[in-house]
Design a protein around this ligand. Sequence first.
Ligand SMILES: C[S@@+](CC[C@H](N)C(=O)[O-])C[C@H]1O[C@@H](n2cnc3c(N)ncnc32)[C@H](O)[C@@H]1O
Length: 356
Amino acid sequence: MDQSKIGDLSKRIMGAYEGALVSGMIYLGDEMGLYRAMHEQGPITSDEVAKRAGLHERFVREWLSLQAAAGLIAYEGDGLFHLSSEAGLLLAEEDEIRSMARWFDNFPQRTALLSEIPRSFKTGIGISWSDIEKGGTSGRVQWMERQLRPWYEQLLVQEVLPELDGLIDELNSGVSVADVGCGSGVAVVTMAEAFPTSNFHGWEIAPLALDRCRENAIQSGVTNAFFHDVRDHRLPEDNSFSFIATFDCVHDMTSPEELASAIYNSMTPEGRWLIVDPTSKGSLEENIKMPLAVFGYAASVAGCLQSGMSEPGGAGHGVFGLPAPAMQELTERAGFTRFRQLDIQHAMNSYYEVRP
Ligand SMILES: C[S@@+](CC[C@H](N)C(=O)[O-])C[C@H]1O[C@@H](n2cnc3c(N)ncnc32)[C@H](O)[C@@H]1O
């Protein structure tokens, strides 16, 4: 036994435990509006924070002390706590693309899911996205929507779609577009607003996500966005779609092969499929060195692999199971002949344009 290794490892394990505890406290701060109460206020007492958030001072003071111990909020002495402008940007600003408070949105529900997950390890059958949502308690749809809304609203139309040569002109001229595995429908609604002469169709398998899609469409007032339950209406195999997108969901499918074939058969001969899916380096040795490896593998065990294994014989790629060459092979087996990785930098995802 190497005593220094035991020391190093125990520090690492304690760090992981503290990380989980601080995550819970960030969730509380976001949920109860504590960061927002401190944002742009300068140094402020616990009394003032409590008043601004409408909460009891004694509990707020203990939470502030924890935040100071964790290095998220500065303690400046004389009972004054300060949320710096940098911390405010990351923890208090909703529409800021770099904001991170939203990551903690469904922390209690995610933690509760841990009691369900051992069943998958025993049976080999994962929990589908629909089952994760059963009872409406998982917060999964709301979490994903809050995560991705700023990205869709601020970057999709402005920076990603123009990377596909000629696509913006096509969308302006009026074409049919599909988003498969569309989640809460924010991408569909965002594109429908930007291109009113085109029609946008979202396909989903999870009922709560579909409910949210319809709410989002009504709220935005668009009349060119339509949503379908994939279990009742499959993608029409009529070569009608000029553009199909899959955002962060090929690896989630029990059968990405079926998805690729369905997309091939529903697309015009000159159509394009935009795939946005997690970057994988192809080997475990390289993947575990990526900056978001811990997040990715945890999201896989608790979500993406669950979805991909939710039926017997499910492909179960997990978050890092489809590196670019495997993705290309998958599309070629479905009949696609052109595969191009787009030059878009993203912390987690790679972007591909695929054409028949
Ligand atoms: C990680 S989420 C991404 C959601 C959405 N594209 C977004 O970016 O917010 C993956 C989505 O794929 C959906 N999904 C899984 N299997 C599906 C299938 N066979 N057909 C349609 N949607 C499916 C899940 O319900 C889930 O909403």
